[in-house]
Design a protein around this ligand. Structure first.
Ligand code: ATP
Length: 367
């Protein structure tokens, strides 16, 4: 499998959600956009009432999409009928706080329910259920009924039931809430294993710091707005890269990390235009790999003003002056850039007078 060509498992675009109607209508999600790749573990954080559960239930096809788009495993959810949404849910493992275990069934039988709609042979189903319960430390409780189990045991049975079919997407709401340190770690190991071996994507709401530590991506919701979306490994890599660029030496490690968290990686094919002369300036760029040409149209023809290679930056002029772009920037060969939005660039300037002074000095030297 070519992992680089994988499509996102979850793709949210301009998603809004309201509860109630007419005068009683209340918007709880505003313009949510994000992609989740196969094998990625995403943690969703945010204050109580910020919309985390609503978003999780929308992604899980448990509610209908009102405005915007949600694609799950290649399937658009907007406009699906109730029955079609049930189909989508078959590929999703749900770990929600209400365990909904069947009291009349044993732990083993409850987990077996997770394979009910799957076409495995009886023997294989048996093996999978046994293995899953064993991995979660429940081999001795397989035949107990939920009522005879502790809260943590019931939670682990619910987790086993959600994961036994090795779903391609897992949605979890505080999955380790009732578990002690070791059991919480066991659940996380299992999820990491699924993510690595089966490319399962996981989205979980949690405040548990131990889980946040293993996240590949952390998204933060506040009052229904997605206020940050950080790919943890990526942002560490960006931070290391920034630390090697001389222009950023005035920034403290904390400032560098904040800046890295807010940067996005962008790829450009040979010859593609990154921005054009006359455009409104919206981003600042650092060249990560490759090089770009800065080309000005001087009326009588175009002229290459400069080339910016790895570690160098461009796009600061329009942001510093508020004027339109003074030149066009074009990729020479394949290029990877890190970009920072106008507001975040401004925040970085405001955070360090030395950095700001240096940026302004370089900008004038380049004129
Ligand atoms: N069925 C509903 N009808 C009307 N309003 C709702 C409904 N469900 C949730 N809300 C409101 O939507 C907002 C978001 O709720 P949601 O449960 O998604 O937040 P949350 O971030 O998951 O909170 P918590 O961390 O407390 O579980 C809240 O203001 C809540 O009161």
């Amino acid at each position: 499998m070519d992992i680089n060509n994988e499509q996102p498992s979850v793709c949210l675009r301009q998603l809004h959600h309201d509860f109630g109607s007419g005068d009683f209508s209340k918007r709880v999600l505003y313009d949510i956009n994000f992609d989740l790749m196969p094998g990625e573990i995403t943690v969703m954080t945010g204050p109580s009432g910020s919309g985390k559960t609503t978003l999780l239930t929308l992604i899980g096809a448990l509610r209908s999409v009102q405005k915007g788009s949600i694609r799950i495993l290649g399937q658009e959810l907007k406009g699906l009928r109730h029955r079609q949404r049930i189909e989508v849910r078959r590929n999703i493992g749900f770990i929600f706080q209400l365990h909904n275990l069947f009291d009349a069934l044993s732990g083993f039988q409850n987990v077996m329910m997770g394979l009910e709609l799957h076409a495995y042979k009886r023997k294989e189903k048996h093996q999978r259920v046994t293995q899953m319960l064993t991995e979660l430390g429940l081999s001795h409780r397989m035949h107990a009924k939920p009522q005879a189990m502790s809260g943590g045991e019931r939670q682990r049975v619910a987790i086993a039931r959600a994961l036994v079919s090795k779903p391609r997407l897992v949605l979890a709401d505080e999955p380790t809430a009732a578990l002690d340190q070791d059991r919480g770690r066991q659940v996380m190991t299992l999820l990491q294993h699924l993510a690595q071996e089966h490319r399962t994507s996981v989205i979980m709401v949690t405040h548990d710091q131990r889980i946040i530590d293993v996240a590949d991506r952390i998204v933060n919701l506040v009052d229904g707005h997605l206020v940050s979306n950080v790919a943890v490994q990526e942002s560490l890599m960006i931070c290391e890269f920034l630390a090697q660029c001389p222009v950023f030496t005035p920034l403290s490690p904390n400032m560098l990390m904040t800046m890295a968290d807010r940067m996005t990686r962008e790829y450009y094919a040979d010859g593609s235009i990154i921005f054009r002369q006359g455009d409104v300036g919206d981003k600042f760029y650092i060249v990560h790999q490759g090089a770009v040409n800065i080309v000005a149209d001087e009326g009588t023809g175009t002229r290459v003003l400069a080339t910016r290679a790895e570690g160098s930056f461009f796009g600061e002029g329009a942001l510093l002056t508020g004027n339109p772009r003074s030149a066009t920037v074009q990729a020479m060969g394949e290029v990877t850039l890190y970009s920072l939005g106008h507001k975040d660039f401004q925040a970085t300037l405001d955070a360090s007078e030395t950095f700001k002074g240096q940026m302004i000095r370089i900008f004038f030297q380049r004129q």
